[in-house]
Each structure stands twice: as C-alpha cells, then as structure tokens.
Write a protein that binds this ligand. Structure first.
Ligand code: AMP
Length: 287
C-alpha cells in the first residue's frame, strides 16, 4: 500500500502536478474537511491520509478505542475535495524489522503535551516523516487545534531539510466554541456543557491580554479559575507561553504573540485547545 502511494506520487510529479497532503487519524469532521478545502485551493491534487499511528499513543492511552469509520471518512474527504485517500495498515507502516524513531531534542517537545505524553511527539515526527516520504507532497496542511504538533512538524521540516511548505489552518468549532475533535464522540451531553468551559477560559485570558494584561501568572489564573466553574473537568494544564518557543516568561513583551493552551480530561476523554493572541504594542512603539 505505501508502495502504490509512492508510485502514484511519482506519476503525479512527472505530470508536474502539485500535491497537497492532509494527514489525519480519521473519524473525519468539519475540522478535517476545512483542511482538505484549504489544500484544494493550494494544489492540483489533494491526498488525505487516514492512519491511527500506534507509535504516538502511550501504553495507557486510547489507541484501541480511537473511533474509526472508513466508509464515512471516504465520503467526507471526497465531498471536501480530496482526490486520493491513503489508509495504510499498521503492519505496512511498521513491518517486521522496523527500527527507526525520530527523537526531538527541542525545548518545544519537553513541555505541555510533550511532558504529559512522553514519546508522543517522537511518534508524530516519525510517522509524519514517513508519510511525507511516501506521499511526497509540495504542501502539507495541519490544524492549529494541535498547536504544539504544528511547531513539531515545522521543526522537523526545517531540521531535516524536507522541501514541503507547511500550512496551518484555523481551528473549527461547534457553536458555543467547543473545538471539533474525533474524541468529542465520547462526550455525553453533560460533558459537552463542561467542555465549553475550555474555550471560555481561553477567551477570558485572550480578552485580558487585549485589555493590557501581560503577566503570565495572571493569565494562567484567569484560565484556571474559569475552568474551575466546571467541577467535572480535570485540568492537566492551563498555560500562557511564547507562541514561537513555548517558553513561559513571567511577563510577555509588548507586541509579542502568546499561545494560550489548555489540556483537560472529562472522564476518560482528554481534550486540548488553544488560542493565539498578540500583546498590544505599547504606546510610543515604532511601527
Ligand atoms: P487528527 O485526525 O485529530 O490527528 O487531526 C488531523 C489534522 O486535523 C491535524 O492537523 C489536526 O490539527 C487537524 N484538526 C483536528 N481538529 C481540528 C479542528 N477542530 N479544526 C481544524 N483542524 C483540526
């Protein structure tokens, strides 16, 4: 199966067609569809992959339970404008004798999701590098929903001189602000109400930044206190970090960009979300 995809990519490239690639783990929703539509605008051919990558799941995580529905996915991908679906089997991606794993040594993988999920980003980096080598796209589209993942992919592409342009697409949300996620399938109606608080916390902190707040502790407190209004939410982290490096200084400089990032659990479902917000430039700043 990877071989057939490689052969197709070779043919497309010989025909001088530009390939845009949207990697996913399937159970597609409007967030994935928006990535496919963006890919469609940027290239001649769109390839979407569906692969629940065992290497990026920890031993106690939900690899087995991750929702899967290939038939429905095929319809959603085609409707959004995907030309080819690449759905390799795990045994085809990791055959007997497989023995390589990319390990990031960058600070961006030491914190937040990297700290909460040891080895996760190495698994992501490895599978993305493999998928890029198989699909050979000119462009690849990722969602800001997984903000730290976007930074990881950009780092790998930069470090390994991979000639692919990475596009980051905005997060698609339900009415009320809950970020669309395949894992939302496991949320009961009561959980959904609680989950809305995640976006509310991000927005509260973003509003504070826009009104002039720039102290990290203050922003993180705003998020934590908003989240506390939903007692069912088990908070893993609510962080304000420099958007490019994920460093967490005591105070953010005027004109800098902050990433507000939250991870929380509702029962056994783990949800993440984020917002980017710019610290207003101070008075007298030259522009
Ligand atoms: P996943 O299938 O969850 O691994 O996601 C595949 C791609 O879709 C990743 O680049 C995600 O960041 C992106 N994605 C997931 N949820 C959303 C969303 N709500 N809005 C936009 N992109 C998303």
């Amino acid at each position: 199966m990877p071989q057939a995809m490689s052969d197709l990519a070779e043919e497309l490239r010989l025909d001088r067609r530009r390939i845009a690639f949207v990697p996913t783990m399937g159970y597609l929703h409007e967030g994935h569809a928006s990535l496919i539509r963006l890919a469609r605008e940027e290239a001649d051919v769109v390839v979407t992959s569906i692969f629940v990558n065992p290497m990026q799941f920890g031993p106690q995580e939900d690899y087995e339970q991750y929702p899967r529905d290939l038939e429905r996915d095929a319809a959603i991908a085609a409707e959004a404008g995907s030309d080819y679906l690449f759905c390799p089997a795990a045994a085809a991606m990791y055959p007997e004798g497989f023995g390589t794993r990319l390990r990031l040594e960058s600070e961006i993988t030491a914190v937040l999701e990297g700290a909460a999920r040891p080895g996760h980003f190495d698994g992501v980096a490895t599978v993305v590098a493999k998928l890029f080598a198989i699909v050979r796209p000119h462009i690849a589209v990722f969602g800001q929903k997984d903000y730290q993942q976007c930074l990881v992919v950009q780092q790998v592409v930069r470090d390994m001189n991979i000639p692919i342009r990475i596009l980051i697409a905005p997060t698609q949300r339900e009415e009320g602000g809950l970020a669309l996620s395949s894992r939302n399938k496991y949320l009961a109606e009561r959980d959904r109400q609680a989950a809305l608080q995640i976006n509310a916390a991000l927005r509260a902190a973003a509003t504070a930044v826009e009104a002039g707040a720039s102290k990290r502790a203050e922003l993180e407190k705003i998020m934590t206190e908003t989240l506390r209004q939903s007692p069912d939410l088990a908070l893993e982290y609510a962080a304000a970090a420099a958007a490019e490096t994920l460093e967490r200084p005591p105070q953010f400089a005027s004109g800098s960009r902050i990433a507000l990032l939250i991870a929380a659990r509702l029962g056994s479902t783990r949800l993440i979300d984020n917002l980017l917000v710019d610290v207003p430039s101070g008075p007298g700043t030259q522009v």
